[in-house]
Ligand binder design. Structure first.
Ligand code: UD1
Length: 343
């Protein structure tokens, strides 16, 4: 059995679909602080399969311990052998305003989780890290060996968690961890049943675009038109959420075979500007997207895209969906669920 923390969220729910389709049994642990349990009903609709669910805040060590006892105890048939850890706060700007909450939630949670794993001798861990650990990249494509630096408390919590896992792997030769550094996940499942469900006004580009496209948000502001790129706007490596979820299946296979802690980039390796995303959105949906170019957003790197060689060679995984699928699928989800899961 695979324990998925944060399995009701955006990346979590898409990964649960892929896990179920691979025939894995899944236990989701989520505190529902920034996600809806409806996502799991939708997962059931897509896959025809059930998942176990426990509503627990990872900061509550006692409650978490009970979940492990229940699913790893003597009576438990299908025991947890691997943990995929998504549950964390993820808003960069909010982390700058509430650093303590971010450090508390994102580090105490994972420490409690790792103690439970230690108690039950569970050795396999897949961690949802982020390209944010590279800070402002020195060069692109970014290789996994590039230096890490935190530009926000959120980024710092990703680096701290990576370091915790690297240290455990040094101390326990049977421990196996894979650190997945996501670039910019966008899109939604083809069914339009699950997708991103941001609270309030989205900070990220694609949910803002789809919100503006259905008239729920004011027209898009493009942050900065004077960057040294082909059209003056920033370059990012957008990756379809289903490709990203499949990257976790590749990581699951690997984490069960290897020992030690290893990092992989999950991106397409292809950089696109904000204006290229707007064009791709208009082309794939037929919806016109008015925008204005405004001043730069503080803290944005000019360009950020992945080297995908290591993941291709060692995980045998490569993203296959293109930018038009990313735009169309994100838009379809938004049209079918204008208020996300909160209908
Ligand atoms: C952001 C986070 C990063 C996090 C990632 C995934 C920051 C500084 N970085 O990355 O740590 O891992 O999300 O959740 O917040 N843009 C606009 N108008 C908008 C929104 C965005 O022009 O309304 C531009 C941005 O300037 C950027 C690009 O679109 O060039 C992508 O932005 P975004 O989706 O926020 O992702 P990142 O900044 O790459």
């Amino acid at each position: 059995m695979v324990l998925v923390t944060g399995g009701c969220g955006y990346v979590g729910s898409h990964t649960v679909v892929e896990l179920l389709q691979e025939g894995e049994s899944v236990l989701v642990v989520d505190d529902l602080s920034n996600a809806s349990k409806k996502s799991l009903e939708r997962v059931r609709q897509i896959t025809g399969k059930e998942v176990c669910f426990e509503q627990v805040d990872l900061k509550d060590a006692k409650a978490l311990g009970k979940v492990f006892d229940k699913y790893c105890g003597k009576k438990a048939g299908d025991k947890i052998d691997t943990v995929i850890h998504f549950a964390a706060f993820k808003a960069v700007g909010e982390s700058v305003k509430k650093p303590l909450e971010y450090y508390q939630n994102n580090t105490i949670g994972v420490i409690n989780l790792l103690f439970c794993m230690q108690k039950h001798a569970i050795k396999n861990f897949v961690f949802s890290s982020s390209a944010t650990v590279y800070g402002v990249p020195e060069r692109c494509p970014i290789e996994e060996t590039a230096g890490r630096s935190a530009l926000s408390p959120y980024g710092a919590t990703k680096i701290i968690t990576e370091d915790i896992l690297l240290d455990i792997a040094k101390a326990d030769k049977d421990f196996s961890a894979i650190l997945l550094r996501y670039f910019n996940p966008v899109g939604a499942h083809k069914s339009g049943l699950i997708g991103e469900n941001p609270k309030g006004i989205p900070n990220n580009l694609m949910p803002y675009i789809t919100g503006a496209a259905i008239g729920k948000l004011p027209p898009l502001k493009v942050f900065g038109g004077d960057y040294p790129t082909m059209d003056g706007t920033c370059v990012r490596d957008y990756i379809h959420i289903v490709d990203l979820a499949k990257g976790h299946i590749a990581a699951l296979k690997k984490v069960r075979q290897q020992k030690g802690a290893v990092a992989y980039n999950l991106g397409t390796g292809k950089g696109l500007t904000v204006l290229q995303i707007i064009q791709a959105f208009e082309k794939s949906t037929g919806v016109s997207l008015p925008y204005t170019i405004v001043e730069r957003r503080e803290g944005d790197a000019t360009e950020c895209y992945a080297s995908t060689t290591k993941a291709e060679q060692e995980l045998a995984w490569k993203a296959s969906l293109g930018v038009e699928d990313m735009c169309k699928d994100h838009y379809d989800w938004q049209v079918k669920n204008p208020n996300g899961y909160n209908d």
